[in-house]
Design a protein. Structure first.
Length: 451
């Protein structure tokens, strides 16, 4: 196995097919995103350190197809330049450097080929949902989707035969595949989240699971790099309303209503969630109180009895890695290692500071920064540093592409350290801190594209 691994590593050093496929896989097989990353990784090799390329059927097809294109074009060029040694050598070098182009072409070809099977899969899933006919709750937004989805599930599962599409399955094909494999014929209530990397994506998801109750949690700063502007993001997210069922109930807050007004003029249809009553107040961060507010409003709309609702709220649990109080590496900690927007990072830092104060301990934070920021928000990582310098007693900054920008936010150099990897932090840095004196906040490590 070690010999095979080393052989593939050497092969990838000269012909980076696998690194290019890894970038594609991390970016949901988007050629547009591949082009975005190529300038940064064109001459880098063996970039798979924090994760590995997952060998799926699609990866195998793209590997074979890109190699066929590479070999065929190489033979064609050699035939054309036969007898001219210098020209042939130059073309071979250029051909090797063009490996990402062949992966790009293979992905483009396969994307066209799989269009019909994808449409068929989406249609089959939509028919199954129509046949089972559950009441559907569909949640969109920049952040808070998964937490709100879990809250709605916890508040409603005792009153209905309920299924929740798990984890971060929130794309049209992910939802369709789950429906076909896992939706039960007895399900009365189906709860799902939908996400958007482009305009039209939520619409495609809603064709599979049109909402009886549609919720737009917010329009924030997450994934803004993928959109031209916050207005385009608002257009994409508002599709959860414009593609819900005709008599659907719609929820969002007042700030969000103003942002989506140009794209969803039927504003009067939208309800603002009720404030939490004293009976429904529980110990959650401000952002999760906001998410719970949505969930309680939806549960009341569904007709969940007050006594069951009250009991469920008092026992509410956070989903994993979202401001979850836990034990990490022996420390009392808040695991916020999934949330990656500036807004949720801010909420996590404030929650961790409150916990540290309650425990009469100091706050230690591990962070790698905020990715996918819009051009006009590039200073958010410096703002993150400013926030950490005032709230954390010490910050470990992982050496991502944002590390220096975060460090600019600190007025005192002895309040932070830049460490190469999370592994090094766990093995070499954390053991120097007394677990009885520190509370730990873990923010996202980020994937290999940001190092």
């Amino acid at each position: 196995m070690a010999l095979l691994h080393n052989t593939l590593k050497i092969y990838n050093t000269f012909l980076p097919f696998f690194d290019t496929l890894y970038i594609l896989q991390l970016e949901e097989y988007s050629n547009k995103r591949l082009l975005h990353w190529l300038p940064r990784f064109f001459f880098k090799r063996n970039i798979q350190k924090r994760e590995r390329l997952i060998i799926t059927k699609k990866v195998l097809i793209l590997t074979v197809l890109s190699h066929i294109l590479f070999i065929f074009s190489a033979l064609l060029l050699l035939d054309i330049t036969r007898g001219n040694l210098y020209t042939s050598a130059a073309l071979i070098v250029a051909h090797i450097l063009a490996v990402p182009f062949f992966v790009f072409c293979a992905n483009a070809i396969f994307t066209v080929v799989e269009l019909f099977p994808k449409k068929k899969q989406l249609a089959r899933a939509a028919q199954k949902v129509k046949r089972v006919n559950p009441k559907t709750i569909v949640i969109a937004g920049s952040f808070g989707k998964t937490s709100t989805k879990n809250f709605v599930y916890q508040l409603s599962k005792s009153s209905f035969r309920t299924q929740m599409i798990p984890g971060n399955i929130n794309t049209p094909m992910g939802i369709a595949n789950w429906v076909l494999s896992s939706l039960l014929p007895t399900t009365e209530l189906l709860i799902a989240e939908v996400d958007a990397y482009e305009v039209g994506e939520i619409k495609r998801s809603c064709l599979v699971i049109p909402a009886d109750v549609a919720l737009l949690t917010n329009i924030g700063d997450q994934h803004l790099e993928r959109f031209k502007s916050k207005s385009e993001l608002a257009q994409a997210l508002s599709e959860v309303f414009s593609n819900s069922k005709p008599q659907s109930v719609k929820f969002c807050d007042k700030e969000t209503i103003n942002l989506i007004a140009p794209y969803y003029p039927e504003i009067k249809e939208i309800r603002v969630p009720e404030p939490l009553t004293n009976a429904n107040m529980v110990s959650l961060s401000e952002s999760n109180q906001h998410n719970l507010r949505y969930a309680v409003s939806i549960a009341k709309e569904l007709g969940v009895p007050e006594d069951i609702l009250h009991s469920a709220v008092q026992n509410i649990e956070l989903p994993e890695r979202r401001q979850q109080m836990t034990n990490l590496f022996g420390f009392e900690a808040i695991d916020d290692s999934y949330n990656i927007s500036f807004t949720t990072a801010t909420a996590g830092i404030k929650a961790a500071k409150e916990l540290a104060q309650q425990k009469n301990k100091k706050l230690l934070v591990i962070t790698a920064g905020i990715p996918e920021l819009a051009k006009n928000e590039k200073d958010k990582n410096k703002e993150l540093g400013v926030l950490l310098s005032s709230h954390a007693d010490f910050t470990i900054i992982l050496a991502s592409m944002f590390a220096q920008e975060i460090a600019k936010g600190f007025s005192k150099m002895d309040h932070y350290a830049i460490v190469s990897t999370l592994t090094e932090t766990i093995q070499s840095v954390l053991p120097t801190y007394n677990k009885d004196e520190w509370v730990l906040l873990l923010q996202p490590e980020l994937n290999d594209l940001y190092y």
